[in-house]
Design a protein around this ligand. Structure first.
Ligand SMILES: *Cc1c(COP(=O)(O)O)cnc(C)c1O
Length: 401
């Protein structure tokens, strides 16, 4: 058990706390579900990109799925070997493509015909062969939140099947492109296995038809998206997830690449915030806390639910909106959450904050971002210090003097 009270005292609030032991358990459970097949779990760095977190996964043997050159640099800094690093994302700048090629990472995930042409041109300039994978949009409804659904044609991600096939042929005929993989990622927080199996089947069939024309791929990249329990969702067992995918790959000698983010880190993270005061507007009850949307954006952005514990508090519970100090009506951490009467300095522990938490933070309202703390084997350590006012204005100050 993590002593949140003691951590809040030692590091102050608002504060992110990550349970590194839980991250390890999640990684191991998913990795072992794919045993019997060559596989790489390329951690989706965007989910929680703290260097110590990425390093933790590196030490467990993970690769990295990156969506900017900044994330690629993080992966290198954290010690992830280059042959386990993938560069994805719908818009890559020329300088990002160039650096990824110079760093000789495993492959670049291509999301459009125009991007394939850019990569080919830059590879030619550098006189290298760019290993690529094409992101296929299988037009499957993943039945998740529309903001995190990515596998339908009306999303901006990937290319349709026919375009993919044509691009593989283009790539295969190019001196400077080496098509090594195929990629799909239909959405995030997936809790239904059927769309996963369907997408995998569609992509596996494409691999077979490419093989029939002499294009042999090595990597079958299934993306990320495995859902976790925030409230009482039914989630997919990692073993069933692996079986659903592997069952579509019979006869294919492919290394499976997974890109899990949320599954590895969401429920290992907690956001700690202290109560400032209670207030009422008419009948409406508000609990005002020191954490806000600039620390944890998911409730404001997706109307996401996070389980919340009021530490050491008892008594009759009534619904309250838990809101931060930011000057936006959309600044809330929970709506109509049942809480006992709260007092100044009471501590709230917000669960499932380890993915898409700190990373989506900002300095809005000139608020410094929280500190981050890791807990491992019963020991806690700081992995990012709290931002100060000086940090926030550092890039502006000299221009205003
Ligand atoms: C966001 C993303 C992931 C990770 O998604 P999770 O739901 O956190 O597992 C993996 N791959 C790609 C391409 C992504 O955009």
């Amino acid at each position: 058990m993590i002593d949140f009270k003691q951590l809040a005292e030692k590091y102050q609030t608002p504060l992110y706390v990550y349970d590194f032991d839980s991250m390890r358990t999640q990684y191991t459970s998913l990795k072992s579900a794919f045993k019997g097949r060559k596989s790489i779990l390329a951690y989706a760095v965007k989910a929680n990109s703290n260097l110590s977190v990425v390093k933790h996964f590196a030490q467990l043997g993970a690769g990295a799925d990156c969506v900017s050159i900044g994330e690629v640099r993080r992966a290198f800094l954290a010690g992830i070997p280059k042959y386990k690093i993938i560069f994805s994302g719908v818009g890559k700048r020329d300088d990002e493509i160039r650096e990824a090629l110079e760093r000789d990472i495993l492959y670049i995930n291509i999301e459009s015909e125009a991007e394939l042409a850019r990569v080919e041109m830059i590879a030619k300039e550098l006189d290298v062969q760019a290993r690529i994978s094409i992101r296929v949009n299988p037009n499957i409804d993943p039945k998740t939140h529309p903001y995190i659904s990515t596998g339908l044609h009306d999303n901006k991600f990937g290319v349709d099947l026919n375009t993919a096939k044509r691009l593989y042929i283009v790539a295969n005929n190019s001196e400077h492109l080496d098509p090594v993989g195929i990629h799909s990622h239909i959405g995030s927080q997936l809790t239904d296995i059927k769309p996963i199996r369907e997408a995998s089947e569609i992509v596996a069939d494409l691999v077979r038809s490419l093989s029939a024309v002499g294009i042999e791929l090595k990597f079958f990249d299934i993306g990320g998206g495995l859902g976790v329990r925030y409230d009482n969702e039914e989630t997919i067992d990692p073993y069933d997830y692996a079986q659903a995918i592997l069952s579509t790959l019979s006869g294919l000698e492919l290394t499976v690449i997974g890109e899990p983010g949320r599954y590895l880190s969401a429920n290992a993270g907690y956001f700690l915030t202290k109560v400032l005061y209670e207030k009422k507007n008419g009948d409406k009850r508000f609990v005002v806390v020191d954490g806000a949307m600039n620390d944890l954006l998911r409730p404001s952005l997706y109307n996401a639910y996070h389980k919340i514990d009021a530490l050491d508090k008892e008594g009759d519970e009534t619904p309250a909106d838990i809101v931060g100090p930011v000057c936006e009506s959309g600044d809330f951490l929970a709506k109509n959450y049942l809480l006992p009467k709260m007092e100044h300095n009471d501590l709230l522990v917000i669960h499932s904050a380890g993915a898409y938490g700190f990373g989506m933070g900002s300095n809005y309202n000139t608020r410094g971002r929280s500190a981050e703390v890791a807990v491992e084997n019963g020991q806690d350590r700081m992995i990012r210090r709290r931002e100060t006012f000086e940090d926030i204005i550092a890039l502006e100050k000299e221009f205003a003097e």
